[in-house]
Design a protein around this ligand. Structure first.
Ligand SMILES: [Cu+2]
Length: 141
């Protein structure tokens, strides 16, 4: 019987090639899974919308995109203020008025349309603490 001297090394390289072929897809899959799992978070948790209250004005964006929205309301004035929003599907008021230099948050789900935002404390609305907010439909959703 004749022995084949090459067979041993040939088998070894085959084993290595096999292991390599197995390893690469596992690594690639792990990488893709890691990247993929981060995407939905950015889509859902939109950054809070900042609202600044003072005597007697409300500062905030004029337009927003529809969807779940958190308003971060900062009272930068010297008097107690609050924040109320009324419009399509929404009639919400801060749980409690915001003392000077304090914050409050209000979560609502905005629909496309026009909203009224104002401070319901005393006659602050008449003094200027009122404005309109335009909500536009979400793009590509
Ligand atoms: Cu006010």
């Amino acid at each position: 019987m004749r022995r084949e001297p090459m067979k041993q090394t040939d088998d070894l390289s085959k084993t290595w090639r096999y292991a390599f072929c197995l390893l690469v897809p596992i690594l690639l899959f792990g990488l893709t899974a890691a990247i993929g799992s981060e995407e939905p978070q950015g889509e859902k948790a939109a950054a809070p919308v900042e609202v600044r209250l003072s005597e007697y004005a409300i500062e905030m964006p004029q337009t927003l995109v529809a969807g779940p929205t958190t308003f971060l309301v900062r009272n930068e004035g010297k008097k107690i203020h609050s924040f109320k929003i009324q419009g399509p599907g929404v009639d919400e008021l801060l749980a409690k008025p915001v003392p000077p230099q304090a914050n409050g948050t209000l979560q609502v789900t905005l629909q496309p349309g026009e909203y009224k935002v104002y401070c319901p404390v005393g006659s602050h609305e008449l003094k200027g603490m009122t404005r309109k907010l335009l909500v536009t439909a979400k793009q590509g959703g």
